[in-house]
Design a protein around this ligand. Sequence first.
Ligand code: NAD
Length: 271
Amino acid sequence: MSSLKIALAGVAGRMGRVLVEAVAANPATELSGALTRSGTKEIGLDAGYASGIDTGVCISDDIATALAGCDVLIDFSRPDATLPLLDYCAANGIKAVIGTTGFDDAGKAAIARAAEKTGIVFAANFSVGVNLSFHILDTVARVLNEGYDVEIIEAHHRHKIDAPSGTALRMGEVVAHALGRSLKDCAVYGREGQTGARDAQTIGFATVRGGDIVGDHTVLFAGEGERVEISHKASSRMTFAAGAVRAAVWLAQHPHGLFDMQDVLGLKTAA
Ligand code: NAD
């Protein structure tokens, strides 16, 4: 069987550089294109420049060049870069794995529209452990549904530009859904000054930024006399990259539609 051809968007970024290694390491995939932002110094270099891998693929700032002949695009870039790429994928029958975070409601709606024409896996976090945590959180929240205050604490490296992380927000959505609440109505993003006593219906978020932290998330259920904490700590970006490549291989076998990592891992049917 011929390998699945993967194009990477955001190839010169922290995730993009690791994705080049993950595509090379997966026997089912090969790199066919690499896209970066216009005007960046990496244009024209081999996509494996950072890892010493000879991919034979030149980094380009032209969408048509980078996506030529690819089966699946893996995008870890910026929301404003992702959206035009999706139009191109939908028009050209290219499937897409989207790891970029920080989309607003209009951006999420654009992803759903593109998924009517092509297959998309969109996930705030591609690590297997985090997706298992989403699954566990649903169960924990349903059992601790009275008398437990829910707080979500996340920590990331100093370069991260959105907060709270997409993963923390997704954890909040899972818990809110299990408790019959809407995260939009009950989320509290940080506290300062005379806040008054805690409202039992809220889900609080706290964000830490610093150093090279790859990604830590804890959901705390604090009750009278006990606390339950569900924590995940990522120590390497390879966990996200390998998960995204696994999602691309899975997506190649599926028709158009919007999927997430729970679909890829088969966790949804077990929920
Ligand atoms: P980064 O800033 O290191 O890399 C982003 C890259 O995108 C940069 O190289 C930048 O030049 C490029 N880019 C920007 N505009 C572009 C454009 N118009 N066309 C092509 N490329 C463009 O960031 P990062 O740490 O690699 O993270 C990238 C994204 O992935 C972020 O949204 C981050 O939150 C997300 N992320 C998701 C997961 C997950 O599992 N879903 C894991 C880690 C990071």
